[in-house]
Design a protein around this ligand. Sequence first.
Ligand SMILES: O=C(O)C(=O)C[C@]1(C(=O)O)C=C[C@@H](O)C=C1
Length: 109
Amino acid sequence: MTDSDASRLPPELARLRASIDNIDAALIHLLAERFKCTQQVGALKAERGMPPADPGREAQQIARLRALADEAGLDPQFAEKFLNFIVAEVIHHHEAIAAGDPPAPRTGT
Ligand SMILES: O=C(O)C(=O)C[C@]1(C(=O)O)C=C[C@@H](O)C=C1
């Protein structure tokens, strides 16, 4: 059975899914903005010969996000995993920039 036919959905489920779609869109936009910042950080670090990863900064971010998650009713362990997932991708980008092989720029069309 599939419930992909929106007209058959219970209205409450359709309403919740509409909110989920809006939230997912916001997350994508927020992530795009974050990666625009980190691309600039990667270029700055490469210019100055700084290492791609900064474990001290990451430890601060994890502590801060775990506390925010706790206050917000989100599992802090999930918040930490989510940050680590993003930061690992950022570090790959930084390494590629330092190697002179930056990720292709996105136009945002
Ligand atoms: O702040 C930096 O130095 C970054 O390179 C950004 C960032 C992040 O994505 O937040 C990524 C890698 C570092 O290990 C720490 C933080």
